[in-house]
Design a protein around this ligand. Structure first.
Ligand code: NAI
Ligand code: MG
Length: 789
């Protein structure tokens, strides 16, 4: 045989990783597990089997957590809370460090067990899942040390309920548990039913390092067990990773409860290859983007967008590469792809592919062998698709790539954003200027330039739009496990008394009907009806538009157009906010008189409210160019830039009281960060904000940035909550209203902040001149840019 023949015939030999250690551990437990509650394993009760999807063998019997089990776990977590919070940051750091060390010592056992339970290849569990999990605990040991200084004025939520999926069992557990513990919370975590084993091994480690009982509780079970955690009244915060469908159920279930919520959901992330990309690197990157972890990755680069000029050659190289991918025994060290998590997942994907074929797509399956038994699928490529095809729109969560082409950068951006999701995106181009121009235009929480699937504990991970809200990792992630201390102390507010017109009293300054304000113009209401505005003394002060659904829709449309404001310089936004402040200052007396008439305020009180409103405009003018991002210290040769971006269109529903100050306190941070808004001012006393139109008109506020609709707060809030063109909603009012808007927000999973019927003191500059609303007005995008020649 000559050397060419040897190369041509070279093949892989088997390279199995030993499984005896993992089998030994399972046997030690009699292959039957209970829950881990209050530092102890409970005895096994009826449940389900955890299966190895590659061999279809049963690995162990798992208990199905009941409401009672969840209740016991929550009680244990509650009881442990005072002790855990009384520890110094240093003490908590030592526990986190001990967990990291112990994971490191047992890393081979964890890796093998993970591959057996999930089907992922050992190369990935060994080199990716487990090291990243360990890194997460190290990183957060550091947060435990420094949290007091970095997050002054914050307190932990309390008891956290955490529900995780099956695609990265130990890693998702680590992403949830490490920050929760660092922040001083205790928790109840439910692993996914397909993959509970590493969570149970983790529980054992907690007990080995002497973590006090009740701090970490693991309850195994199916969806119903998850629901019991979500619905438990004594849980303060829910953190969920999984399907968008279940995310929406959880959003509804927690509405109006005041529970904190972070959701990390699905995606359909674009993988954009420009003609000037390094094509071979981009092909190799794509293998990692879509065939890493069998494609069961929420941020998988599952939508290839390739520039038309290189499409043919790119697809050819890609197919050649696909044909060489090795699919088989997950414990074989030289396999590229293992088994999918379960037979149902395989069935689900096959069904989706059938549907795709019916819609006219071409399905290409890689040529390599796959085992006859077990949950295996071939790497698959879908071509001849259009943007409306189901395979292009829906998350497949398997080894299936769809490919579309584009002609120019604008079209690439339009296609990339043509999805309800917004988790991640990859951009491949050797022209760094082009790549950096595209990155801010993609609506996603993560952008990888000339790389893909990069993650690190120091850089926030999480999505835009229906990919969820909240971040995991870094300072961005810590915020998800902390609350302002004053938020815990708020008292319920009193409803404003209903006002009746007193026929005898008429105001000397009765106005014409104040209109709405849409797209920079005063606009008549759609219905033609108006509402009377009655002063505190019963005098009729004027009338305003009784806004309806159509008015809100028009305002949202104008706000969407006005959103280009977000790409204007922060300096310009600051100038306009200063200008608003200056112009309000010119008319201080007029506004103070208005507040006195409407709310019966004393002269000093009214003046004070106007002065504070001016001050607030100045405060956020000041913030506009200072609330900025960061460069994270990630462990590869790359900069990871955490960019602060506006959310988009924010609906704001102001309370009855503080007719001027409350509206200004919310509109100022929203527009300072580049959002455009639809504001519903005080239902009872709207005239201060309709007077504000003239202040806006003299302050060069661009059209569509601030839109104002008067009317019944609840009705208008309902329309804003249901509108998919609204990206976030802030609602101040009673609990029933908060509950309603949170429930109705699931259409596009808009981010809702509501006052939950609590009394807010808007005069308090400590609370409202700071970054409280800035955080809610922004989302972090992490852009990874590797370097090196
Ligand atoms: P899932 O969202 O149902 O499961 C995730 C977790 O939520 C599991 O622990 C499950 O037990 C729990 N759960 C289910 N119903 C619940 C409820 N009503 N209340 C509280 N917790 C509940 O995901 P599933 O069914 O395993 O997979 C279905 C599809 O979801 C996949 O094909 C994929 O498209 C997507 N998915 C996305 C993930 C992501 O990371 N983005 C992860 C897992 C699945
Ligand atoms: Mg399993």
């Amino acid at each position: 045989m000559n050397i060419n023949e040897i190369f041509a015939n070279l093949d892989y030999g088997p390279a199995p990783e030993a499984r005896d250690m993992a089998n030994g551990w399972l046997d030690e437990h009699g292959r039957k597990f209970g829950h881990f509650i209050d530092g102890r394993f409970t005895s096994h009760k009826k449940g389900f089997a955890s299966i190895n999807p590659a061999t279809e063998e049963e690995l162990a019997q798992i208990s199905n957590g009941t409401k009672g089990d969840v209740d016991k776990a929550v009680k244990a977590a509650r009881a442990a809370l005072p002790m855990w919070q009384a520890l110094s940051g240093f003490e908590r750091a030592k526990y986190l460090y001990a967990i990291a060390r112990q994971l490191q010592k047992h890393s081979r056992l964890f890796a093998v067990l993970e591959s057996m339970d999930n089907g992922k290849v050992i190369r990935e569990s060994r080199d990716s899942d487990i090291p990243l999990s360990i890194r997460h605990f190290y990183h957060h040991a550091g947060w435990a040390m420094h949290i007091d200084k970095r997050f002054t004025g914050y307190v932990p939520y309390g008891v956290c309920g955490q529900i995780i999926p099956w695609n990265f069992p130990l890693l998702m557990l680590s992403w949830k548990i490490a920050p929760a513990l660092a922040a001083g919370n205790t928790l109840v975590l439910k692993p996914a039913e397909f993959t509970p084993l590493t969570a149970l091994l983790f529980a054992q480690i907690c007990s080995e390092i002497g973590l006090p009982g009740g701090v970490v509780n693991i309850v195994t079970g199916e969806g119903e067990t998850g629901a019991a955690i979500v619905e438990h009244p004594d849980v303060d915060k829910i953190a969920f990773t999984g399907s968008t469908e279940v995310g929406k159920i959880i959003r509804k279930a927690t509405a109006g409860t005041g529970k904190g919520l972070s959701l990390e959901l699905g995606g359909k992330s674009p993988y954009i290859v420009f003609e000037n990309a390094d094509i071979d690197s981009a092909v190799e990157g794509l293998v990692d983007a879509i065939w890493f972890n069998q494609g069961e990755v929420c941020c998988a680069g599952s939508r290839l967008l390739v520039q038309e000029s290189i499409e043919t050659v790119f697809i050819e190289k890609l197919r050649a590469r696909m044909d060489r991918l090795r699919v088989g025994d997950p414990l074989d060290k030289s396999m590229d792809m293992g088994a999918l998590v379960a037979p149902v997942q395989v069935q689900k994907i096959k069904k989706m592919l059938e549907q795709g074929k019916k819609e006219g797509c071409t399905v290409y399956e890689a040529k390599g062998d796959v085992p006859a038994n077990g949950s295996f699928l071939r790497p698959t490529l879908i071509t001849d698709v259009s943007p409306a095809n189901s395979l292009v729109c829906e998350e497949i969560f398997g080894p299936v790539l769809v490919s579309l082409s584009f002609r120019n950068p604008d079209e690439a951006v339009a296609l990339a954003n043509n999805t309800r999701y917004g988790l991640a995106a990859s951009i491949w181009s050797e022209n760094i200027n082009l790549a950096l121009d595209i990155a801010p235009r993609i609506k996603s929480g993560i952008v990888w330039i000339n790389c893909t699937n990069q993650m690190d504990a120091s850089a926030g991970f999480g999505g835009y739009r229906e990919s969820g809200f909240g971040r995991e990792g870094g300072a961005e992630g810590m915020v998800s496990y902390l609350k302002r201390d004053w938020e815990k102390k708020l008292k319920p507010c009193q409803a404003e008394p209903v006002r009746k017109v007193d026929g005898v009293k008429t105001s000397s300054t009765i106005d014409r009907t104040a209109k709405n304000y849409i797209g920079g113009k005063q606009a008549r209401g759609d219905s033609g009806y108006s509402r009377q505005v009655v002063g505190a003394d019963g005098a009729l002060l004027g009338t305003v538009v009784d806004g309806n659904r159509k008015d809100i829709r028009n305002a949202v449309e104008a706000a969407r157009k006005g959103f280009s404001w977000g790409s204007k310089s922060a300096h310009l936004r600051a100038q306009i906010l200063y200008y608003l402040g200056e112009n309000l200052d010119y008319r201080r007396k007029e506004f103070a008189d208005r507040l006195r008439q409407m709310n019966g305020l004393a002269e000093e009180e009214a003046k004070n409210e106007v002065d504070l409103s001016i001050r607030r405009l100045f405060a956020f003018a000041g913030w506009a160019d200072k609330y900025d991002g960061a460069v994270h210290n990630v462990p590869i040769r790359a900069v990871s830039v955490a960019m602060i971006e506006p959310i988009g269109v924010i609906g704001i529903v102001a309370p009855d009281n503080f007719a001027l100050l409350a509206s200004v306190s919310m509109l100022a941070p929203a527009i300072a960060m580049g959002n455009s808004i639809v504001l519903v001012p005080s239902q009872l006393s709207p005239l201060a904000m309709t007077d504000f139109y003239q202040v806006m008109e003299t302050s060069d506020v661009p059209d569509g940035v601030i839109n104002i609709i008067t009317g019944k707060s609840h009705d208008l809030a309902r329309t804003l909550a249901e509108h998919d063109g609204v990206d976030a909603l802030w609602f101040v009012g009673e609990l029933t209203g908060s509950s309603m808007v949170e429930k109705l927000s699931t259409g596009n999973l808009k981010q809702v902040w509501s006052s939950l019927g609590k009394d807010l003191d808007w005069t308090d500059g400590e609370k409202f001149d700071g970054d409280y609303f800035l955080q809610k007005a922004t989302q972090v995008k992490n852009v990874w840019i590797p370097y090196g020649a």
